[in-house]
Design a protein around this ligand. Structure first.
Ligand SMILES: Cc1ncc(COP(=O)(O)O)c(C=O)c1O
Length: 473
C-alpha cells in the first residue's frame, strides 16, 4: 500500500489525539499508574491473535486497550525505574526521527544526525574533562558497558580480534554493587564470569580501592592478567559513587583500562551544584552515560564516551566495506565503523533537541529538580515514625516499613506493603531484596513530572497500603 499523503495524515492526526488524551490522563493522580493484572487475565483483555484484518474503528479500540493496560511511565507517581516522564522536545524528536528513519551507519544517509551526535559527544566529553574524547550512541547503558570492556580488551590485547585470547586469563574488577550488565559483558566477550572480581564496598556502597589494589596484586601473582576496572558513578540500588581518583591510581599503577559506568549518576555533570559527585571522571578511559535516565529523553539515549580518539573504531570496525562503508569523500564521518550495530536509530535527536531548547541552564534545572525531590522524600521518610531509612545517597532513598508489632518480620511486611501498592496501582516504587533477604523500598527521583506534592501523595498511598496490610496481618 502506498503511503499517500492523506492516509498518512489521517493516521498521524488520530495518533496525536490519542497521545494528547493519554498524556492528559497521566496528569491526574486519580489515574492509576498501572492496572495490575496477572498475564492470563491480561490476555483476556484483547484478541491478540493475528489473521484477518480489523476495521479501523476496532483497530483504534485495540490500540486504546493496549495503552490502557500498559504501565504509565510518564505518570508523576511512576517512581519504579531509573527513568520516568518524558520531555516534550524528546517526544517530538522521536516522532521526527521515525519519519526521517535514517540509519546512523554512514554520513551519506544520516548527515545531520551524524553532526548532532558528534557535537553532543564533544559537549559531554568536555564537561567530563575527557579532552580529546569521542563518543557514539548505543542501545543502552548495558551495551555501553560492554563496549567499554571491548575497548579495554583492544587496549590490552591489540590482536584479540584476529587471534583471540590465546589461552591467557584476563580479569576485570567491579564493585559488589555494580550493575549486572558488567557480568553480561564479561560472558559475552568470552572473558568468563569466573574472571570477574567483585570488589567489596565501604559502608556507603562505594568500591574500596585498598581491597581493589590487593585483588589486582594477588591475581597477577597467580598468573592472571588484569584488564580493566569498571567503576560505577551512581549505583543502581544505593546511588553510591565509587572514588574514581583513588581507583585510577590502581589503574595507572598496573596499566589497566578504567571504565566508569555513569549510566545513572552521569546526569549530575550537567548541574554546577552537583557535578562534584563525579570528581575524577576526567581520569576515565571510557564512560557510560544514559540520557534516558535522569534527563527523561525516553528510552534509549545512551552514550559510550572514550577518551582515546580512534579506539572505538579500532575496537568495533570489521566488515561491510564492499556494500556500505564505501571509500568516499566523507567516509571519515561514517560512524557505523565505531559501532557494534549496522542499522542504528538517531537517538541523538531526542537529546540534542532537548538541550538546544533548554540550554545549559535548563539542563541543570532538570537535574537539580530531581535532587530537590530526593531530599524532600528523605525528610518525609525520616520524620515518619514507621519508616526506617536505610540509605540516602544521590537520588536514591532506601527504606523499610516497621510492622505494627514486633512479631511480624520487617522484610516480609515491607514486601507486603509494596505488593499492595502495586495492586492498587496508584503509585509504582521498586523494591530490593538482598542475598541476605533484607527487603526495602528503593525510591528514586528520576521522573521530572513528579513534584513535591506528588511525593506527599505517594506517602499517603503508602500509608493507605500499610493500613490495609495491617488489617490482614
Ligand atoms: C548503574 C547502571 N548501569 C547500567 C545500567 C543499564 O542501563 P540500560 O538500562 O540503559 O541498559 C543501569 C540500569 O539501571 C544502571 O543502573
Amino acid at each position: 500500500m502506498k503511503n499517500d499523503h492523506s492516509t498518512l495524515a489521517s493516521w498521524l492526526k488520530k495518533t496525536e489525539l490519542l497521545v494528547a488524551r493519554y498524556l492528559a490522563q497521566n496528569e491526574s493522580l486519580e489515574t492509576p499508574v498501572v492496572k495490575y493484572s496477572p498475564p492470563l487475565e491480561l490476555k483476556e483483555a484483547l484478541d491478540f491473535s493475528l489473521g484477518a484484518p480489523l476495521n479501523e474503528d476496532s483497530l483504534w479500540q485495540a490500540v486504546e486497550k493496549v495503552l490502557d493496560k500498559s504501565v504509565r511511565t510518564t505518570h508523576p507517581l511512576f517512581l519504579n525505574q531509573l527513568f520516568g516522564g518524558l520531555q516534550p522536545e524528546s517526544i517530538s524528536a522521536e516522532w521526527l526521527s521515525t519519519i526521517l528513519n535514517p540509519t546512523m551507519a554512514t554520513f551519506e544517509i544520516a548527515p545531520m544526525m551524524t553532526i548532532l551526535e558528534k557535537e553532543v559527544a564533544r559537549k559531554l566529553s568536555n564537561l567530563m574533562g575527557l579532552k580529546l574524547g569521542e563518543g557514539i550512541m548505543v542501545t543502552g547503558g548495558s551495551n555501553a558497558n560492554l563496549v567499554g570492556l571491548l575497548c579495554a580488551r583492544q587496549f590490552k590485547v591489540p590482536d584479540v580480534k584476529k587471534r583471540g585470547y590465546q589461552g591467557k586469563k584476563y580479569t576485570i574488577y567491579v564493585s559488589t554493587e555494580a550493575h549486572y550488565s558488567y557480568e553480561k559483558a564479561v560472558h559475552i566477550s568470552g572473558l568468563g564470569i569466573d574472571h570477574m572480581r567483585a570488589v567489596r564496598v565501604d559502608a556507603n556502597g562505594a568500591m574500596d580501592p585498598k581491597i581493589l589494589r590487593e585483588m589486582v596484586r594477588q591475581d597477577m601473582a597467580q598468573g592472571f592478567t588484569p584488564l580493566m576496572i569498571g567503576a560505577t558513578a551512581g549505583t543502581t540500588v544505593l546511588g553510591a559513587f565509587d572514588p574514581i581518583a583513588e581507583i585510577n591510581k590502581v589503574a595507572r599503577e598496573y596499566n589497566l583500562w578504567l571504565h566508569v559506568d555513569a549510566a545513572w549518576g552521569g546526569g549530575a555533570i550537567l548541574s554546577p551544584t552537583h557535578r562534584h559527585l563525579l570528581k575524577g571522571i576526567h581520569l576515565a578511559d571510557s564512560v557510560t552515560f544514559d540520557a534516558h535516565k535522569t534527563l527523561n529523553t525516553g528510552l534509549i539515549a545512551s552514550f559510550i564516551l572514550c577518551k582515546h580518539p580512534g579506539m572505538l573504531k579500532q575496537t568495533n570496525q570489521g566488515g561491510g566495506s564492499e556494500y556500505i562503508f564505501h571509500d568516499y569523500d566523507n567516509s571519515d564521518w561514517d560512524t557505523g565503523t565505531y559501532s557494534l550495530q549496522c542499522g542504528r536509530r538517531p537517538d541523538i535527536f531526542k537529546l540534542w533537541l532537548l538541550w538546544k531548547s533548554r540550554g545549559d541552564e535548563g539542563m541543570a534545572k532538570i537535574i537539580d529538580h530531581l535532587f530537590d525531590l530526593a531530599i524532600y522524600a528523605k525528610n518525609k521518610i525520616e520524620t515518619h515514625s514507621r519508616f526506617k531509612l536505610i540509605s540516602s545517597q544521590y537520588l536514591n532513598n532506601c527504606f523499610q516499613i516497621l510492622p505494627p508489632n514486633e512479631f511480624i518480620d520487617i522484610n516480609q511486611y515491607t514486601l507486603k506493603v509494596r505488593t499492595n501498592l502495586v495492586q492498587r496501582g496508584k503509585a509504582l516504587v521498586n523494591y530490593v531484596e538482598l542475598p541476605n533477604k533484607t527487603i526495602f523500598f528503593r525510591l528514586v527521583a528520576a521522573n521530572n513530572q513528579t513534584t513535591r506534592e506528588d511525593i506527599d501523595h505517594l506517602f499517603k498511598e503508602i500509608q493507605e497500603s500499610m493500613e490495609l496490610v495491617d488489617k490482614i496481618c
